[in-house]
Write a protein that binds this ligand. Structure first.
Ligand code: FDA
Length: 397
């Protein structure tokens, strides 16, 4: 049995950050990663450029059964702290939109930075190493049995992430371990994920695959304005990924197709200015032509071929405006964990300290990152949670 101070299970964003923080405090840290390299999700994130934080991060950007839980850690490790580290390592970055910071060059530089920090802090990393069992010892610590031998430690940090992208090493291990130690795991589901359509709803849009337009998507009182992309199986794009975290099958989903204007005002203006044009023509100047045409053919019974704008009654224009402002998208489900960026739900935060990430049930057991029931919006918020929760635990172990 080898002795160490901390075993971190999972060499992803939160695990590496926790490890380097604890290592800097002189703790002997071993990271156990079952995949063939660490930080695989960091590498694939942000289209290969890693959207590593968001300068506008606030607790409002996270979903959790306890919305207050993330506040303390986010306040103590802010985007500016992470930016300071990125700059110290000479990594060039840029702001894309809405405070989202991306590497100019490659996500590899973020993984390199974390590994360099781990190395400087004396952190040992074991890849292609699996945890067989974690057993509470009589002296209050843990025995962690792995495929590379057994470790006796006072602290175990569960940083094994969520269920999204199983091909990248995602596993339900963290949830099982939490249950083993008496923790509640709140139901999990895919978040930041494309929505699927079925039957006639899919047939109506399938041949428009590739068409993108700015929209405001609304479900359960939450709205996101950004692009929507029609796919072979349904809809995607940032507005849809964002709203997918707030939507479940059976919930209503409304899409405002003219997000920057009042639809009725626009229709009345078009009627005045272009009385002889057809609706599909004037609408096709505001949104992609093929999408406008499909709307007129399928979703707007008031429209007849050849009917000029001047022939629409005020009541008909109002009915058309209602559809344009809240186009009812009937999604059948999501693409699931295969393509989801995150997992909603997870280890119940009510049983974890918000300042240290330590279990309230089992002293010495910690949970960080996505395995916890804290899920960020699209835009760098999930990595900021990984850094902040890893930092909180790294300072406590
Ligand atoms: P993470 O999943 O990063 O790490 C968990 C680690 O544990 C993995 O290395 C895994 O192999 C390992 N593991 C699992 N089970 C194990 C076991 N039994 N034993 C040992 N190791 C085990 N977020 C963001 O803010 N900006 C972005 O640009 C993106 N982009 C993005 C793109 C794509 C395609 C995805 C899938 C996700 C994103 N995200 C993102 C989300 C972000 O990647 C995610 O929230 C964080 O990586 C979560 O960090 P964790 O360390 O908690 O888990």
């Amino acid at each position: 049995m080898e002795h160490a101070d901390v075993i971190v299970i999972g060499g992803g964003a939160a695990g590496l950050f926790c490890a380097l923080t604890a290592g800097q405090r002189g703790r002997r840290v071993v990271v156990i990663e079952h995949a063939n390299k660490v930080g695989k999700k960091i590498l694939m994130s942000g289209g290969g450029r890693c959207n590593f934080t968001n300068t506008g991060t606030s607790p409002d950007n996270y979903l959790s059964a306890n919305p207050h839980f993330c506040k303390s850690a986010l306040a103590r490790y802010t985007p500016w702290h992470f930016i300071e580290m990125v700059e110290r390592h000479g990594i060039a970055y840029h702001e894309k939109e809405l405070g989202q910071l991306f590497c100019d060059e490659s996500s590899k530089l973020i993984v390199r930075m974390l590994l360099d920090e781990c190395e400087a802090a004396g952190v040992r990393i074991e890849i292609q190493c699996s945890v067989d069992r974690v057993v509470a010892s009589d002296d209050g610590g843990f025995a962690v049995h792995t495929t590379r031998g057994s470790f006796a430690v006072p602290s175990v940090v569960v940083a094994s992430g969520g269920l999204s992208i199983p091909s990248m090493g995602a596993s339900g291990f963290g949830y099982e371990l939490a249950r083993q130690f008496g923790h509640t795991v709140l139901p999990t589901r895919a978040g930041l994920v494309p929505l699927t359509l079925s039957g006639k709803h899919q047939e109506r849009l399938a041949d428009l695959s590739g068409v993108a337009l700015p929209v405001t998507a609304t479900a359960n009182g939450q709205s996101f304005s950004n692009f929507m992309l029609v796919t072979h199986r349904g809809v995607s794009g940032p507005s849809i990924l964002q709203i997918s975290s707030y939507w479940q099958p059976g919930d209503e989903l409304g899409i405002d197709l003219l997000p920057d204007q009042d639809a009725l005002d626009a229709l009345l203006r078009w009627q005045r200015e272009r009385p002889s044009a057809e609706l599909k023509t004037v609408l096709g100047d505001a949104i992609p032509k093929r999408f406008a045409q499909r709307l007129c053919e399928v979703y707007l019974p008031q429209v007849q071929p050849g009917k000029p704008m001047k022939q629409y009654t005020p009541a008909q224009l109002r009915a058309i405006a209602d559809v344009l402002q809240a186009w009812p998208l009937v999604a059948s489900g999501t693409e699931g964990y295969r393509t989801a960026e995150v997992t909603l739900g997870g280890v119940d935060t009510d049983e974890v300290s918000s300042s240290t990430m330590q279990s309230r049930r089992v002293p010495g057991l910690y949970f960080v990152g996505e395995v916890l029931d804290v899920t960020g919006w699209l835009g760098g918020y999930n990595f900021q949670w990984a850094w902040a929760s890893g930092y909180a635990a790294g300072n406590a172990v």
